[in-house]
Design a protein around this ligand. Sequence first.
Ligand code: 8YV
Length: 315
Amino acid sequence: MAKPDILLVGPYPEWDLVELEAQYNVLKLYEAEDRDTFVQDHAGGIRAIATRGELGASADLIAQLPKLEIVSVYGVGYDAVNLDACRARSIRVTNTPDVLTNDVADLGVAMMLVQSRGMIGAETWVKDGSWGTKGLYPLKRRVWGRKAGVLGLGRIGFEVAKRLKGFDMDIAYSDVAEKPYGEGMTFIPDPVELARRSDFLFVTLAASTVTRHIVSRQVIEALGPEGMLINISRASNIDEEALLEALESGALRSAALDVFEAEPKLNPRFLKLDNVLVQPHHASGTIETRKAMGKLVRDNLAAHFAGVALPTPVI
Ligand code: 8YV
């Protein structure tokens, strides 16, 4: 029996590619010289899309694939998949939750520590000889015992909060409703009020049209000149122009960001700032977790083509 055609939107690690190519006829969109022609040439046979969280599947791409049955996302965020276009044609969508939760939370907390304690600059201080010529490294800011806000107490937000308790931090959170598992934390529905009472504000909520720019200019101003913003969700959750202006003026003390609008072509203004820790969208980027994500992508595809329940359906 012929292997089903699947469209691979972005590159997967070799260990995933080998497994996929054993089961499917993998069409690599990202290697095509002319993507539109490539899709048109193969459209009639493509039954599945395998994509990445940040790449998704647009309404235009979905419309070009008359035989499409499923979109399998390598990532927990499916905001770049046009769900309305999928719903209209009963196209299934899956993602890879849970397997990456702890890695993402780990990196978010690490980013807070590295930025607040100035560890990137401290390593330069040693390596460029400043320690010997200029003496003691400038004092930075404490983390333990201070106030943290978690915007979105979902799986990742909860794991961030769990880690912050280990630093004896005073933790509050915002979400659409108070959470039964939020004991020991203060529920503050309004993101502006959450920012006002926080020294460190983590953005951990799933991105959607509803959450776009939820970290508004007002939230950023409320976090203020002593505050730090940590984003391990999606850039769309933040008004990036307002963030840049606040960082450039000192209205916001600092930020630690793993995601950016138009990444990897992030706004060059970020690169001129010394109060921002920039990271290349690698919060889930460990071998262990990416192998688990790849397997979940394949398990979802296999379940679909076997006609059995999907392990991690979105729709
Ligand atoms: C993924 C992410 O690793 O899970 C998501 O939604 O953004 C990342 O954790 C990335 O999408 C893989 O390309």
